[in-house]
Design a protein around this ligand. Structure first.
Ligand code: PGA
Length: 250
C-alpha cells in the first residue's frame, strides 16, 4: 500500500565497525513516531549483523543487489535465498550504478525482479534517464521503456511487492537534484503510465521514491510534491544527522 518510505543506499561504504557505529547513531537520532518506513541498505557482508542490530527498532534492512539465479556457479554472487535466510526481505534492483558500471540490462533486471518475488521479497526498483536523454527530450520515453522492460511482465498481484525509485542518473552523487517540479512531473508521468497498464488501483497504491542528491536542505520541498512518496538516499544516508533530517522532512 502506498506510504512514505525513506531508504538509505550505503553503496560500497562502511566497514563492519563503521556500520555498527552508523546504526547506533541512527537508532539514537531517527524519529520513532513518524508515519514513515525507514530502510537501510549496508553492504552484503554487514547485512546479517545489521539485521541483528536493528531487531527491536523501526528500521529495516535491504540488500543493494542480488543475483537472478537460484544458486550455482556464479562466483562472488549472492542469491535471494541467502538474503532471506538472514532475514533480509527487501532488495534494491536496477540501480543506475548496476546498469552502467556492471552492465545490467533491462532483461537481467527483470529476471532479478522475478527471482526476488519468487522468494517473497519486496523490490525497490530503480530507473531513470541520463543527462543526454533529457537534453534530447527523450526522458519520458526512456523511463517508460525501463518500466515496461523491467516490470510490465508482472501480474497485478505482484505489484504489492514493488516500490519504485525514480533516480535521474544526472542527479546521482553529483550534487545536482531534479527540481521539485521536475520530480513531480516525472512521478506523475510514472503513475499515469502504470495506470494505463494496470489501472488506477495499482497506480494509486504504488509508492514512488525520488533519488538523486537528496539532502537535508532540499528534502522537504521534494517530499511535498503529491506524487513523491519518499526518497532513496545515497551520500546523505552515510551521516546519521543528515539521514535523520531527511526522514524528518517527510
Ligand atoms: P545520492 O545517491 O543521494 O548520493 O545522489 C542516490 C542513489 O544512488 O540512490
Amino acid at each position: 500500500m502506498r506510504h512514505h518510505i525513506v531508504a538509505g543506499n550505503w553503496k560500497m561504504n562502511k566497514n563492519a565497525e563503521q556500520t555498527e557505529d552508523l546504526l547506533n547513531a541512527l537508532i539514537d537520532q531517527l524519529p520513532q513516531d513518524k508515519a514513515v518506513e525507514i530502510i537501510v541498505a549496508p553492504t552484503f557482508i554487514n547485512l546479517a549483523s545489521a539485521v541483528d542490530h536493528l531487531e527491536y527498532t523501526n528500521i529495516s534492512v535491504a540488500a543493494q543487489n542480488m543475483h537472478e539465479a537460484e544458486s550455482g556457479a556464479f562466483t562472488g554472487e549472492i542469491s535471494a535465498d541467502m538474503l532471506k535466510s538472514i532475514g533480509v526481505n527487501t532488495v534494491i534492483l536496477g540501480h543506475s550504478e548496476r546498469r552502467t558500471i556492471f552492465h545490467e540490462t533491462d532483461a537481467i533486471i527483470a529476471a532479478k525482479v522475478d527471482k526476488a518475488l519468487q522468494h517473497q521479497m519486496r523490490v525497490i526498483f530503480c530507473f531513470g534517464e541520463e543527462l543526454k536523454d533529457r537534453k534530447d527530450d527523450q526522458h519520458f520515453n526512456v523511463v517508460e521503456n525501463q518500466l515496461r522492460d523491467g516490470l510490465f511482465h508482472l501480474d497485478k498481484t505482484a505489484w504489492e511487492s514493488i516500490v519504485l525509485a525514480y533516480e535521474p542518473v544526472w542527479a546521482i552523487g553529483t550534487g545536482e537534484t531534479a527540481s521539485p517540479e521536475q520530480a513531480q512531473e516525472m512521478h506523475q508521468f510514472i503513475r499515469e503510465t502504470i495506470r494505463k497498464a494496470y489501472g488506477s488501483d495499482i497506480a494509486e497504491a504504488v509508492s514512488i521514491l525520488y533519488g538523486g542528491s537528496v539532502k537535508p536542505d532540499n528534502a522537504a520541498e521534494i517530499f511535498s510534491k503529491p506524487d513523491v512518496d519518499g526518497g532513496l538516499i545515497g551520500g546523505a544516508a552515510l551521516k546519521a544527522e543528515d539521514f535523520a533530517a531527511i526522514v524528518n522532512a517527510i
